[in-house]
Design a protein around this ligand. Structure first.
Ligand code: GLC
Length: 529
């Protein structure tokens, strides 16, 4: 239950995304690990967040930093052991933090034993029917024209130089990530076991990777000249949002509800709000991230348009928006909103605004520090997208600065003279460090803690009721307003002048008022009436 005691906890929760490889490195090998997360649980609790989402730590060759899984029910030695994970869950629960783990059901790793067996078994075998294997086209090229999200064709030869085995296999992402064939019922049974495995370990929820992609159009037809709706991580319309996928989530919902209390299912459903809402119908997932919100810049009209659409869809579907400004795949807010000092003010304001909007909010590690996107030198880039498409997400995955002092790579490494972090930290990284910001009453970290404390108090005393509709508007001066029940108003100044805000008691502000008005690039929470 949430602090208001009426709705499930996740409806009002703030969830903090931990990207374990870049969070804290307890053994000094240059890569963050589960013990590192355990050591920092008190920090996570001090933020006041309700839950922690851990991105993949399962066994993996790490081609896509863990999103290529070779054993779904174990921990990669790089991150620790299953025992460490159990300690992490227990330690988190003692601090009243819930744990959400990542599940990657769209694709496996080429190292997964079932994929290896499929390759070995040869064309036409039952083993191959667990994945999408198909002979090449008449021109000797791939079976269809689908592109990989990471660039190039979505097909690779199963046995590259063989004259007998002419099969290709489908991978919507890197060649190291073969897609499962969900039309084979055995795949559904396999993943129900995996889901139960993690829920039985005591996790409070599961984040489902590429949740809209599991089923592909029957027969895998060519895209042809279908409008290329692909942008960013979006994939071709024949490879996503197929009707059959909904039965998977109905099944998973039944499983999630066998547990007491029921477990949370949150999907990475990268679709427009009206399509994504179909994944959060009452018997399917509980949440899907509001990707349209994550994609917009500092543009008041775009914010209003996206918010109004989410509000409309929420009123129709009854499922609350799930807000996020950042994750491990998208540019940091500071940089996206203009960079430098202006970017920092805007990122502060956007965070305050988002935490005032109705529904659950997810924040990505380092967002509470206002970290910018880092320009990682090409030679140091590790994202498989870089190799194939010259796009890299590494800049948002740089290991966190815990201390202003440089020792142990700004406290990332818990070992004296530990190995260099897997991605280099830039010059001046210590200026954003947790320790310095913790002492500074004007820092982003302090503001984040204040916002969460205030949000909790207002939910707790019944002022903020997530289920009530909100009204969104934009004044000519570029002031975005979100009016909620209980007289609570979020005001976000997106124009270039100081603007008056609604009368009332200001309970939180991202920047000092100027002669009683909200300056540009600032946000406030006001209790009116
Ligand atoms: C999701 C993950 C991303 C990963 C991709 C393929 O979009 O968030 O990091 O590369 O799936 O698994």
């Amino acid at each position: 239950m949430s602090p208001d005691g009426r709705s499930p906890w996740w409806e009002t929760a703030v969830v903090y995304e931990v990207y374990p490889r870049s969070f804290a490195d307890s053994n000094g090998d240059g890569v963050g690990d589960l013990r590192g997360v355990i050591d920092r649980l008190p920090y996570l609790a001090s933020l006041g967040v309700d839950a922690v989402w851990l991105t993949p730590f399962q066994t993996s060759p790490q081609v896509d930093q863990g999103y290529d899984v070779s054993d779904y029910c174990d921990v990669d030695p790089l991150f620790g052991t299953l025992g460490d994970l159990e300690d992490l869950i227990a330690g988190a629960h003692e601090l009243r933090l819930r744990i959400i783990v990542d599940l990657v059901p769209n694709h496996a790793s080429v190292e997964h034993p079932l994929f290896r067996a499929a390759v070995a078994a040869g064309p036409g075998s039952e083993e191959r029917s667990l994945f999408h294997f198909a002979p090449g086209g008449s021109d000797g090229g791939p079976p269809n024209d689908w592109p990989s999200v990471f660039g190039g064709s979505a097909w690779t030869r199963a046995v590259p130089d063989s004259a007998e085995d002419l099969d290709w296999y489908l991978h919507l992402f890197a060649p190291a990530q073969p897609d499962w064939n969900w039309r084979n019922r055995a795949v559904g049974d396999f993943f129900e076991e995996v889901l139960r495995f993690w829920l039985d370990r005591g996790v409070d929820g599961v984040r489902i990777d590429v949740a809209h992609g599991l089923f592909k159009a029957e027969g895998l037809p060519d895209m042809g000249d279908l409008p290329p709706r692909a942008d960013g991580l979006r994939i071709n319309p024949l490879a996503r949002d197929q009707e059959e996928v909904h039965d998977v989530y109905r099944r998973w919902r039944r499983v999630a509800e066998e547990y007491a209390p029921p477990r949370l299912l949150v999907g990475e459903v990268n679709l427009p709000p009206d399509r994504a809402a179909r994944f959060t119908r009452p018997d399917e997932l509980h949440q899907s991230f509001a990707f349209t919100f994550m994609g917009i810049g500092w543009d008041a009209d775009a914010w209003l348009r996206v918010a109004e659409e989410l509000e409309r869809v929420r009123r129709q579907s009854g499922s609350l928006p799930t807000w996020a400004l950042e994750n491990h795949d998208v540019q940091r807010a500071v940089t996206r909103f203009g960079g430098g000092q202006v970017g920092e003010w805007r990122a502060r304001a956007a965070l305050v605004a988002m935490l005032g909007f109705p529904g659950c909010a997810y924040v990505f590690q380092g967002q509470e520090l206002g970290l910018p996107g880092v320009d990682v030198p090409d030679a140091a880039k590790r994202d498989p997208m870089w190799e194939r498409a010259r796009v890299s997400r590494d800049g948002v995955r740089v290991p966190l600065p815990w201390t202003a002092a440089a020792d142990g790579f700004h406290g990332f490494s818990g070992v004296r003279d530990g190995a260099r972090p897997w991605l280099p930290q830039p010059e001046g990284w210590g200026l954003c460090a947790v320790d310095g910001q913790g002492q500074d009453s004007a820092s982003m970290l302090t503001l984040f803690r204040q916002a969460i404390r205030m949000r909790r108090a207002l939910v707790g005393d019944g002022t903020l009721r997530s289920g009530d509709p909100a009204e969104w508007s934009l004044t000519p001066g570029g002031l975005l307003l979100c009016r909620r029940s209980g007289g609570f108003v979020v005001a976000l100044a997106m124009g270039d002048q100081d603007v008056p805000i609604p009368d009332g008691r200001i309970v939180l502000c991202s920047a000092p008022l100027v002669s009683g008005q909200l300056p540009p690039d600032a946000a406030a929470w006001v209790l009116t009436g």
